[in-house]
Design a protein around this ligand. Structure first.
Ligand code: DGY
Length: 322
């Protein structure tokens, strides 16, 4: 009897994960490094599962093209704004993601981005590599320190809480956070629960660590950017759609805020003609928040196990209940 089929939309997935899948499935790995929409629509008919990247849009068209064989979608990410959950529910398809294993890694990325943005690491590296390190003066490449500053974390889930713990050791003067409910772990660190407007107005450093949903889209909009301190540094490790990027670009161009460190942006990959690319007060990373060898291996295995669980009609390691 032939095995059920899985479509994998990315190359270079850990062999351990692919082998786990191969024990139970026929595995089709798309030909492109990251499959195009056309490739996915061509390959998806008859598949039992789709093993997808956060750049793979999962919508009703794709589900219908797959047909009734499709039983599970498993994403190689914690975030799932690329997935139409209503459509999955309508067709009775189960859905899994990869939280927890990436919490510390993404929090490390946030702290790294914060330091490299406020201390101007990219700009300084560029100056060094292009002959700008000459007669330096004491104010050359100076930024603001994190010690004694007010740090605001927008969205204090697991990743936000981990960022808070890490930054506490920097001897900050105040920790602010937003959340639907008070977080005992963050309160224990001295964190103060505030609303979004208070957070943007009072923070020297703002870190966005919130999921992108209909409610949080453009949570950092033109009005809120206007309320930020003139030296405020904004870090985003959530999703590009959380920020009105045009308004951010305008504020950065006019030096109305101190800078931005972005691991996520709109669109991804960012076109080379984006004004963000040329800005000195911006540090950009190509969405590598969870990119450590260990974390990516663990994520790959969880995605495979999420799919296998559906074949076995058992509990997924990480299921998003629809
Ligand atoms: C995810 O997995 O959703 C995050 O973007 C990691 O950076």
């Amino acid at each position: 009897m032939s095995k059920p089929q899985v479509l994998v939309t990315m190359k270079h997935i850990s062999e351990i994960a692919i082998n786990l899948l191969r024990e139970r499935f026929d595995v089709k790995i798309c030909d492109s490094m990251l499959a195009t929409r056309a490739e996915i629509l061509k390959e998806i008919p008859g598949k039992f599962a789709i093993y997808c990247s956060p750049l793979t849009k999962i919508d009703e068209e794709l589900i219908k093209t797959a047909g009734p064989s499709l039983k599970v979608v498993a994403t190689f990410s914690v975030g799932y704004d690329h997935v139409d959950l209503t459509a999955l529910k309508k067709y009775g398809i189960r859905f899994g993601n990869t939280p927890d294993v990436l919490t510390e890694t993404v929090a490390e990325t946030a702290v790294g981005l914060l330091i490299s943005t406020t201390r101007r690491f990219s700009e300084a590296t560029h100056a060094l590599k292009t002959g700008g390190w000459k007669n330096v003066t004491p104010d050359w490449m100076c930024g603001r320190g994190i010690r004694n500053s007010v740090v605001g974390i927008l969205g204090c889930g697991n990743i936000g809480t981990s960022i808070a713990k890490k930054l506490k050791t920097f001897e900050i003067s105040q920790l602010l956070y937003t959340s639907r409910t008070e977080k005992p772990a963050v309160k224990a660190l001295g964190g103060k629960l505030v609303n979004v407007d208070e957070l943007v107005e009072q923070s020297d450093f703002i870190i966005i660590s919130i999921a992108l949903t209909e409610d949080t889209k453009f949570i950092i909009n033109k009005e809120r950017i206007a309320k930020m301190k003139s030296h405020a540094v904004l870090v985003n490790i959530g999703r590009g759609g959380l920020i009105d990027q045009d308004a951010l670009i305008e504020a950065l161009q006019e030096n109305r805020i101190g800078g931005a460190g972005l691991d996520v942006m709109t669109p991804e990959p960012l076109p080379l003609d984006s004004p963000l690319i040329k800005m000195n007060n911006v540090v950009l990373l190509p969405h590598i928040g969870s990119a450590t060898i260990e974390t990516r291996r663990e994520m790959a295995i969880i995605v495979a196990k999420n799919i296998i669980a559906v074949l076995d009609n058992s509990a997924m390691p990480y299921e998003v209940l629809l």
